[in-house]
Ligand binder design. Structure first.
Ligand SMILES: *Cc1c(COP(=O)(O)O)cnc(C)c1O
Length: 417
């Protein structure tokens, strides 16, 4: 694997300069950040965008209050899943009518995987990745059981070799939630197609931090999460992508009324809607959709290549400071060193990871812990600054050097983070 050449170790003033000079350094103003807090958990849940409160107030006080049921048409509620999907399509390299915002990532995975098995009849295997976000292999196992197939669960480095002529679909995350390892989307998709398999990408940990080119990679299907780097808020609906070439053939369970060709005709029998619309099932969570739509305004005018450049600057700063100050203090780096092979968070391992994260939280530095010992720091490029990275590393050094994490209050188990 290619090694990134270590640059000079930026001190705080140098970090502040990087922030001031980067063309996207001011995008943080598009968010309401929590006070006196270094927030490095946007990979779990993004902060509130400045346009979100007004969007929600309007939805409640005008659309819901004044129009009530008529808002489904007068305020465009009914078409919101495709409207927000179209808005999101630019972030993942898809066409506007290939993306829809509905349900949760887990539910969309289920719908797309069943659809994929039906699109590739005669093949029974779903390839999934060991160590992927757990819902993905759970859903794959359930679909396999239901469809009389099986899941082939393999380590990331064995993925390509595991794809053979028995495989119906390969379903993996582009960026791993724990290690932050990033697959080569184009190469893996080609590998799947060479074996006659379909390729489904979970973009939950990549969309909103980098340019993604689903269509350029010829991907078949994709899902992703609305509440992480897209900042859609708690319980934001997820999105699903189906390449246009598959849309007319794909059939899904469950065939809910909103996916019907004419939902308000209340016909006796189900007839699938046009293209991506048939991915809908029941009524959408309208207020959450409006929050996500308003949150996506933070990406307006943002060149995704420049966004990725900012993301690389943040993670390179973290890695440089890790090499200088944390490697010698009992931490190890779980995230790949090659910038091309990693996403936007940095994961460190430390045997006392849990207590160290509790001590960090007490200092209002918010990262999270993936048990038993992985400390994750989400470096969301829209609002995290290089000085935040600097101050976090500084706090880690102080906690370990002064053995603050050994205090009893930080060693009690049972918190969520
Ligand atoms: C966060 C995440 C999900 C979330 O699934 P929901 O059903 O929307 O809660 C799924 N897959 C991956 C890879 C994730 O990171």
């Amino acid at each position: 694997m290619q090694q990134a050449t270590p640059g000079p170790i930026p001190d705080r003033a140098a970090c502040a300069r990087l922030d001031a000079e980067h063309p996207l350094g001011r995008l943080r103003e598009r968010f309401r950040m929590p006070k006196d807090t270094i927030y490095l958990c946007g990979n779990s849940m993004g902060p509130v965008g400045v346009d979100v409160p007004d969007g929600m107030r309007r939805a409640v006080e005008v659309e819901w209050t004044e129009s009530v049921v008529r808002a489904w048409s007068s305020a465009g509620w009914h078409v919101a899943p495709s409207r927000v999907g179209a808005l999101l399509s630019r972030l993942i390299g898809a066409e506007e009518n290939e993306v829809i915002v509905v349900d949760s990532t887990s539910v969309n995975l289920f719908k797309l995987l069943v659809g994929a098995m039906r699109l590739n009849p005669g093949r029974r295997v779903i390839v999934a990745e060991r160590g992927d976000f757990p819902t993905d292999p759970y859903i794959a196992a359930s679909v396999a059981e239901m469809m009389g197939g099986e899941v082939r669960l393999v380590d990331p480095q064995d993925l390509a070799a595991a794809i053979d002529s028995t495989v119906a679909v390969v379903a993996v995350s582009e960026v791993n939630y724990r290690t932050c390892h990033r697959h080569d989307m184009a190469a893996m998709t080609r590998r799947a197609h060479d074996a006659g398999a379909l390729m489904l990408w979970d973009l939950s940990h990549s969309a909103g931090t980098m340019q993604i080119a689903l269509n350029a990679a010829n991907a078949d299907l994709a899902v992703g999460c609305g509440y992480k780097y897209l900042n859609g808020g708690p319980g934001a609906p997820a999105y699903a992508f189906v390449a246009r070439r598959h849309q007319h053939r794909r059939r899904q369970p469950p065939p809910g009324w909103h996916g019907h060709a004419a939902p308000f005709a209340f016909a006796e029998t189900y007839e699938p809607g046009e293209g991506i619309l048939r991915l809908r099932c029941g009524t959408s969570p309208q207020l959450s959709l409006i929050a996500l739509e308003a949150a996506l305004a933070a990406f307006e005018g943002v060149d995704l290549k420049v966004l990725r450049n900012r993301s690389e600057q943040l993670s390179a700063t973290f890695v440089a400071l890790y090499d200088a100050h944390l490697a010698s203090r009992g931490f190890s780096l779980l995230t790949p060193r090659d910038p091309a092979r990693r996403g936007a968070h940095i994961s460190l391992v430390h045997p006392q990871g849990y207590a160290i994260m509790q001590a960090l939280l007490a200092r209002r530095v918010v990262g999270d812990l993936r048990a038993p010992d992985v400390l994750r720091f989400g470096l969301a490029p829209l609002y995290v600054r290089c000085v935040d990275v600097h101050d976090t590393v500084q706090a880690l050094m102080e906690i370990v050097d002064q053995r603050i994490h050994e205090h009893a209050e930080f060693r009690q188990p049972g918190r969520v983070l």
